[in-house]
Design a protein around this ligand. Structure first.
Ligand code: ADP
Ligand code: ADP
Length: 227
């Protein structure tokens, strides 16, 4: 069971006079796929980064399974995250790229091996593990970035515009892969995008944002078929 509660969350960056996130209030259910959608600058990334612990929360509380997380360090939150700029280490093999976070967390060699190979199998990367990133296509590299995040089996998965660096055709196929991955892993997922089609196809529920405020929350049908 992994639920995430954002209780009236506000964010004001130092030096700004306006709130970047203004009264964000949402209960996310176990295994739910939530998409934050809205134009650039509306506060999607800021909200996601507060959930990951990469930004302080100015006001309000973040709860994971009913435990207040505001002051918990990112490394002590059981969360995986994929960014738009998924820079892989170019000098390392795909295996080492995927193992990196596990090594940092002092997992045993056997455990790392099992987890990396399992993630590689899920993502169709088994035959690329000994290669370096430069030998892979854009889609394969993006899959490695996903792999690097899922190896730890974190119950919460955050994705910030993970497909925006890919060309249109690849975006469509990776979108389908992300949907499948979610079904297979059963993680509680929050996905940030400015692309309404991505939101429509991926979300259980969509959160529509505009200038720091939540405008609408609902299923894709509810949100996009409103007269
Ligand atoms: P989105 O992800 O929807 O594009 P962001 O969360 O990145 O939006 O940004 C929301 C608002 O917060 C914007 O007005 C942006 O300029 C501001 N902002 C984002 N990061 C910072 C920062 N580190 N310092 C000051 N202002 C920021
Ligand atoms: P260069 O751009 O000089 O060839 P790298 O891209 O390997 O070198 O690394 C540049 C810096 O970014 C290094 O400090 C490296 O540790 C860091 N870095 C590279 N990839 C990542 C990543 N995926 N996550 C975090 N830090 C990274």
């Amino acid at each position: 069971m992994t639920e995430v509660d954002l209780n009236h969350i506000y964010k004001k960056y130092d030096g700004n006079d306006k709130y970047s996130v203004n009264d964000f209030d949402l209960h996310i259910k176990d295994k739910e796929f939530i998409v934050f959608v809205g134009p650039s600058g509306c506060g999607k990334s800021t909200t996601l980064r507060m959930i990951a612990g990469l930004e302080d929360i100015t006001e309000g509380t973040l709860e994971i399974d009913h435990k207040v997380m505001n002051d918990v360090a990112p490394k002590n939150r059981d969360i995986a995250m994929v960014f738009q700029n998924y820079a892989l280490y170019p000098h390392m093999t795909i295996y080492d790229n995927m193992a990196f976070g596990l090594k940092l967390r002092h997992y045993s060699k056997e455990d790392i091996d099992k987890k990396v190979k399992h993630a590689a199998e899920i993502l169709g990367l088994t035959s690329y593990l000994k290669k370096k990133p430069a030998a892979l296509s854009g889609g394969q590299r993006q899959r490695v970035a996903l792999g690097r995040s899922i190896v730890r089996d974190a119950p919460i998965f955050l994705m910030d515009e993970p497909l925006s660096n890919l060309d249109a055709k690849l975006r469509v196929s990776m979108r389908a892969e992300i949907a499948k991955l979610h079904q297979r892993l059963g993680t509680t997922t929050i996905y940030v995008t400015h692309d309404q089609t991505e939101a429509m196809t991926l979300a259980d529920r969509v959160v529509v944002m505009s200038v720091g405020k939540v405008q609408q929350i609902g299923t894709p049908l509810e949100v996009y078929n409103k007269p």
